[in-house]
Design a protein around this ligand. Sequence first.
Ligand code: 5GP
Ligand code: ZN
Length: 141
Amino acid sequence: MDKFKNKDCIFCKIVAGEIPAEKIYEDDDLFAFLDITPINAGHTLLIPKKHYENIFEMDDEILKKISIKLRDLGTSVKGAMKAGGLNIGMNNSPVAGQVVPHAHFHLIPRYLKDGHKHWEGRKYKEGEITKVAGEIRGKVR
Ligand code: 5GP
Ligand code: ZN
């Protein structure tokens, strides 16, 4: 895997076994381990072994594999932790809260009244939603 490794990356080091982690799953392309500062116990990170910085760099085949594994691993995490639900999330770029620059998906077991807060939405201004939808539609490939 070394040709895929970024020498300064903490998650590449975890994949290589150079930094210890509680491994949950591994195959040729993917690796999953427990987050060291969980929102709830069982909070798991699923990552590609190859160093992609974020989702925008990831190729189709890896993304397909990851989405299927998110479902299957998510089922296992939720079941093992007897959770009522599961958040699957990904932060892309520091401005979006990404701290570790190696693409990773969070699988977070959730419980009624576990105290974890979701983001709060805001209302669109008059006419704004139509304008915004047009701007995004203009970029859709
Ligand atoms: P981000 O904010 O980049 O989406 O999330 C990074 C996550 O990686 C955080 O939830 C953090 O707790 C976790 N993390 C950071 N360093 C380590 C580490 O050395 N080991 C493990 N297991 N998790 C880590
Ligand atoms: Zn990396």
